[in-house]
Design a binder for this molecule. Structure first.
Ligand code: ADP
Ligand code: MG
Length: 560
């Protein structure tokens, strides 16, 4: 006798249902998506016991005709796609025709619905897989779906659910995420009679502000379109950062998605603008021809695959960086008309002078032009801050933070373009190192070369450094190299993040320090550079500038 048996249909159905419906929040997600697909302008959700006892979703959408009700709860029955070609171009949230069937096999499901053209509504029930006859039922236009006793026939699944409160929190998160992409729809969520969420129909900045507890002004708008992919959204300003990366929502074709690709691109792009372990909040939407993505990766449709990953990565990266840099344009700094273009200051020059001499910390003498127009420094105070008159009042720069930022941006650019120029060391620097670090030195040769560093294993247990980025302090080569290699060997940090840290470190070391006296020429040069690499934050997230606006001054002197 063979050992393989066909599973009874009922068990097979339960298994399949488990893939779509994992917990109450998955039911809510499916039902709210159905309401949105039906063109609802209002969605109301009621929960009892975190959705374990009851979930009720009511919408004012197009409804389900009575004759369709029996099919709606069948597996693979959907009104949203009809052919394989449609599968390539999905614009609705649902398409698998599985949700209602799955819910019906693990709960007591009741659907009451009335399309606008029908005078009377109809109802169908499914009790743990047993479908009832369709009966007439009074009902306002739209659909009410009730799900009672979820998983009562799957005790293992039921036991695995968390407390009512924890399940409610997940549901709240699910509804929030969807509601951000459907700001024109009103949402109301109640848990055991308590109002948990009440969102009117509004515009996106209002909804974002309401859900994230921020004001409209706290967001930077994002907008970029390239090669048929449109990106838009809002990102919180760095000073409104969160300690939790989860306040940033991604959407593809209005579908909330998790995507490590998008997360990585965002992470790269926000480097140097947010303090470490602080994250932007906001929502980022991607719109692209549906055939360029695959949402059919997972039954819960949470994951999305892009056909052109590199393109999506750089689009998001560029849009975010653009917005962050735009924001920090130093509008307050006075600029005079007819600015002749100065020669580009070579990277090496800037670093060399900054690093090698305390007297001439900013740029090489040759590039200095005293009569050059541009922002005019009023002076330096406490050997740390540069004062400047701007359109709106007084601008105060932190000379170290500002210079650090400029050097960092230059380094980034240089590394991206052709790598940093390395300078051979007269005598190689040799130091002791542990085996993993020595191995890392071998593996990371190209990475190091891009930074102008040439390091190779030397004698047993030793590493020798033969070249070093031109212009940088050579004092602590062993420490810096072991630090870089140590991190690489642990493999915990993506190369991009590591690069950021290394460049930030190099920029920090090479920048003028607090306490360095600057000449007027040096200050002028620094401010001019600031206009080329505008940013309000140093690579570690400290502000580079502060403003005392006319209004602040008037307040100080009680003129108003
Ligand atoms: N709230 C609703 N309003 C109108 N029609 C609905 C609603 N919910 C479900 N339907 C209908 O029932 C069908 C099956 O729903 P579902 O099982 O979620 O599959 P899918 O959403 O993938 O099509 C849908 O295609 C739709 O025609
Ligand atoms: Mg659906």
């Amino acid at each position: 006798m063979g050992k393989i048996k066909r599973l009874p249909q009922e068990i097979a159905r339960k298994i399949a249902a488990g893939e779509v419906i994992e917990r109450p929040a998955s039911v809510v997600k499916e039902l709210v998506e159905n309401a949105l697909d039906a063109g609802a302008s209002r969605v109301e959700i009621d929960l009892d016991k975190g959705g374990k006892a009851l979930i009720r979703v009511r919408d004012d959408g197009q409804g389900i005709p009575a004759e369709d009700l029996p099919l709606a709860v069948e597996r693979h029955a959907t009104s949203k796609i009809g052919s394989e070609a449609d599968l390539e171009a999905i614009r609705t949230l649902g398409f698998r025709g599985e949700a209602l069937a799955a819910i019906g096999s693990v709960s007591h499901l009741i659907i009451t619905s009335r399309p606008p053209e029908s005078p009377l509504g109809a109802r169908v029930e499914v009790r743990f897989g047993q479908k009832s006859e369709v009966v007439e039922a009074g009902c306002p236009q739209g659909t009410v779906v009730e799900v009672a006793d979820l998983f009562a026939n799957l005790p293992a699944r039921r036991r695995f659910l968390k407390s009512d409160r924890a399940e409610t929190t997940r549901i709240l998160e699910t509804v929030k995420a969807l509601s951000l992409a459907w700001e024109g729809v009103s949402f109301r969520l109640k848990g055991q009679g308590r109002l948990l969420l009440n969102l009117p129909r509004e515009d996106l900045p209002d909804r974002l502000g309401r859900l994230l507890g921020l004001g409209k002004k706290d967001f930077l708008p994002l907008s970029l379109e390239k090669e048929g992919v449109k990106l838009f959204g809002f990102l919180s300003r760095p000073e409104k950062a969160r300690h939790d990366p989860r306040s940033l929502y991604f959407y593809v074709l209005r579908r909330p998605v998790k995507s490590s690709l998008l997360a990585r691109a965002l992470n790269e792009a926000t480097k140097g603008f947010f303090m470490s372990r602080s994250y932007p909040a906001g929502a980022i939407f991607l719109d692209l021809p549906p055939e360029r993505i695959d949402v059919n990766v997972h039954p819960a449709k949470l994951e999305v695959r892009f056909r052109t990953e590199g393109q999506i990565f750089s689009l998001l990266h560029q849009a975010v960086r653009q917005a962050l840099l735009e924001k920090s344009r130093l509008k307050a700094v006075e600029t005079r008309p007819f600015t002749p273009q100065l020669e580009d200051i070579p990277l090496e020059g800037a670093l060399e002078s900054a690093a090698s001499s305390k007297e001439a910390p900013v740029v090489a003498e040759s590039t200095f032009n005293y009569h050059s127009p541009g922002p005019r420094p009023l002076g330096q105070i406490l050997a740390t801050y540069i004062l400047c008159e701007g359109d709106e009042g007084l601008v105060i720069y932190d000379q170290h933070a500002l210079h650090e930022r400029i050097l960092y941006e230059k380094l980034r650019r240089a590394v991206k373009e052709k790598g940093l120029a390395g300078e051979p060391l007269l005598f190689p620097v040799v130091f002791e190192a542990q085996a993993p670090i020595i191995e890392a030195a071998e593996e990371a040769r190209r990475f190091l070369q891009r930074l102008g560093i040439e390091a190779r294993p030397y004698g047993p247990g030793q590493i020798a450094v033969y070249s070093w980025p031109r212009g940088f302090l050579k004092e602590d080569i062993p420490r810096v190299v072991s630090d870089i290699l140590g991190r690489l060997s642990q493999g915990r940090m993506p190369e991009g993040s590591l690069l950021h840290e290394i460049l930030a470190l190099l920029a920090c070391r090479a920048a003028v320090k607090a306490g360095d006296h600057l000449t007027e020429a040096e200050m002028t040069e620094l401010l001019k550079e600031a206009e080329r690499f505008p940013s309000d934050y140093c690579p570690h997230g400290r502000p580079t500038s502060a403003y005392l606006k006319k209004m602040d001054l008037e307040r100080l002197f009680r003129r108003k």
